[in-house]
Design a protein around this ligand. Sequence first.
Ligand SMILES: C[S@@+](CC[C@H](N)C(=O)[O-])C[C@H]1O[C@@H](n2cnc3c(N)ncnc32)[C@H](O)[C@@H]1O
Length: 355
Amino acid sequence: MNDDNLTQKKLIKKIIDDASGAVAIRLCAIGVDLGIFENLAHNGPATSDELSSRMELNERYIREWALGLFSSGYLHFDKKDRKISLNPEYIPVLVEEGGKFSQKGIIQLLNSTLLPYHDLLDAFKNGGGINYDKIDQGFWDGIDQTGCTRYRHFLVKDWIDEMPELKSRLEQGSVTFADFGCGSGRSTIELAKKFPNSQFFGFDLFEPNIVKSQRNAEEAGVSENLKFIQWDVSNKLKEKFDFVACFDLVHDMIDPLEGMKTIRSAVKDDGIFVLMDIKCEDDPADNKGPMVPFLYAMSLHFCMTTSLANNGAGLGTVGLPEGKVKEYCKEVGFKTVKRIEIDHPLNAVYEIRPN
Ligand SMILES: C[S@@+](CC[C@H](N)C(=O)[O-])C[C@H]1O[C@@H](n2cnc3c(N)ncnc32)[C@H](O)[C@@H]1O
């Protein structure tokens, strides 16, 4: 066998592994969206017949799905009694809502962002992009799930301790905190719960996200000290806040520099701007690690593409490295940029001040 053959064989193996991995995530999305994993977790092992009557789903589909996920290692299938089961250790990852180890969001994100495929091919040929009206609800469900985990288990537990002035002023109370691009409000809600004496405002341009934020807040039993408002960061605000935060917003914006100008004008002079964005390198060729292909795929299907759909900057998912953060901050008049120490595979957090 010559070297070329070896190289080709390696590539073919990689393609088969990647193809099987990709479709396993599709099968996982079915398990998440239809609640089949949840049913197995709560009601225990079942044959495909039993699961079908338990869930009022078609038996033949369940059987095919379960055998597919058995072959890829997500489910167990007992050869003797033909029962399908979920390893209890997988429950925090595949079933738990907003748990620290939950990966439901990443499954939903991958499955749903890949959908407007022909619009994407069209954008490659003719420019432009894909607007929010073509983005599947599953994408927003995925954002909701990932946000739930990240803000509940990391933001208000670990990250906030790295910003002692912010934490103590929020604890003392009577300060205002604006969360720009709040999505389904998970960050705003977790902060409002943790700091009941301060006032929180979640802003997002996409109306369904405001509706979802309000529903999430009701379910979380937080209503006294938070409010959600539909608003586009490109428009200037009259109010000023003690603190402003953007969690995964700036790289998505149509005009990030204009957005940063609005943010600067919305932060009081003794205030703090908390910026959380994707952890990435100044030279994109230096982005390494298991998450990177996923991030570029998200960029092509959502972050870069929804911005380009509106003649925007199209920074992309990994388009706001530390160098760019500092460049924008200088341009809009923020004087201090401090990257805080966090240990997270996906995000970087900066504490930014006007002075
Ligand atoms: C990637 S999502 C992040 C949502 C949320 N912060 C989170 O981390 O879960 C970006 C959010 O910013 C919102 N957004 C994008 N551009 C905006 C703008 N110009 N003004 C206000 N919201 C915006 C989108 O609707 C979306 O909800």
